[in-house]
Ligand binder design. Structure first.
Ligand SMILES: Nc1ncnc2c1ncn2[C@@H]1O[C@H](COP(=O)(O)OP(=O)(O)O)[C@@H](O)[C@H]1O
Ligand SMILES: [Mg+2]
Length: 309
């Protein structure tokens, strides 16, 4: 069995006294897309950045291709930096306005001293075309582009070193609905062609449906549900996942319902309950706190396990 592309074990981040990511377990198998969803502030970005060691975890382990990279020095991290890349929502701020698009895309090659200047220019043109732009864009500048085109440039730049693990942090959330779909399609195509393993972060479940193999749902720093995408869409068990799903149908962008906030009472009332003998394997800890319980088909939900009611 080959090791997963990315594995987070009990990853935790505290800022000041606040725990913003709380003992999260997450696996991205090779050549799969795992979506990390949840409302703003639930800890998605922090989790994604810890996976690449762009934010240091307070506790827990990070494994890339089976190798524990949690404690590697920056120098020892260097080969892993080439394998892992990130694309953010706000690509405009990350594109240097003084550089041509060709220079921007080729910059990672220059930083790693790969190829001659003319080889790097050829690679940049090749990647422009690969992300659906004409090679002539190489001599243009970021301000000449639409939001969707800028995101294509960010994708090209992220992948030109041949990354195997991509963290895409809300790459479509600043885009119009039609452009959103184009960028999702582009990522889907490149993922298949390159065999990328991807952690796709989104607050919007509808965006992940066609792209993700698995969905992980975060709420206030905790994973409350995870499972294969079709299971999550067909049989979500957690009230918070159901609230996210209810917000999915987008009929009119102006009037669409977007109530994903649940009160503490609604959460408590909706959280699944099991008696200890009903679950397999038996719970390891005897606690009143909700814990992740295995349902059928690699589907897990945070539930309260108690003999009482
Ligand atoms: N550098 C930081 N310092 C202090 N608090 C932070 C920092 N980064 C994120 N947070 C806090 O951590 C929580 C989770 O943030 P984030 O990971 O960005 O969530 P999401 O991506 O799901 O919106 C938020 O309450 C945010 O304010
Ligand atoms: Mg975020």
């Amino acid at each position: 069995m080959t090791a997963p592309a990315l594995e987070l074990r009990q990853i935790t981040k505290r800022f000041d006294a606040q725990t913003v990511v709380d003992r999260v377990d997450l696996i991205v198998p090779r050549n799969e897309v795992v979506a990390l969803v949840g409302e703003s502030g639930s800890g998605k970005t922090t989790t994604g950045l810890m996976a690449l060691r762009l934010v240091e975890p307070t506790a827990g382990r990070i494994l890339l291709g089976g190798q524990d990279i949690t404690d590697l020095s920056q120098k020892a991290m260097k080969p892993f930096r080439r394998q892992t890349q990130v694309v953010f929502q706000d690509s405009y701020s990350s594109l240097d306005p003084m550089m041509t698009l060709g220079e921007i895309i080729a910059e990672p090659l220059a930083i790693h001293a790969i190829g001659t200047p003319s080889e790097r220019r050829d690679q940049a043109r090749h990647w422009l075309e690969r992300v659906g732009l004409d090679g002539s864009y190489a001599t243009r500048y970021p301000h000449e582009l639409s939001g969707g085109q800028r995101q294509r440039i960010s994708v090209a730049r992220a992948l030109i070193l041949g990354a195997s693990v991509l963290v895409a942090d809300e790459p479509t959330s600043a885009l119009d609905v039609s452009v959103k779909a184009q960028i999702v399609n582009l990522l889907q195509d490149l993922q298949g062609e390159m065999g990328l393993s991807m952690l796709f972060i989104s607050h919007d479940l509808s965006v992940v449906r066609s792209l993700a193999d698995q969905v992980v749902v975060m709420l206030r720093g905790r994973v409350v549900e995870r499972g294969p995408t079709d299971r999550i869409f067909a049989a979500a068990h957690h009230p918070y996942t159901r609230a996210l799903l209810d917000a999915v149908p987008v009929i009119d962008p102006k009037t669409r319902r977007r109530r994903t906030f649940l009160s503490a009472e609604e959460l408590a009332a909706g959280t699944p309950r099991f008696r200890p003998h009903e679950i397999e394997p038996q719970p390891l800890v005897d606690t009143a706190d909700p814990q992740l319980v295995a349902l059928v088909g690699s589907h897990f939900v945070e539930a309260i396990v108690t003999e009482g009611r």
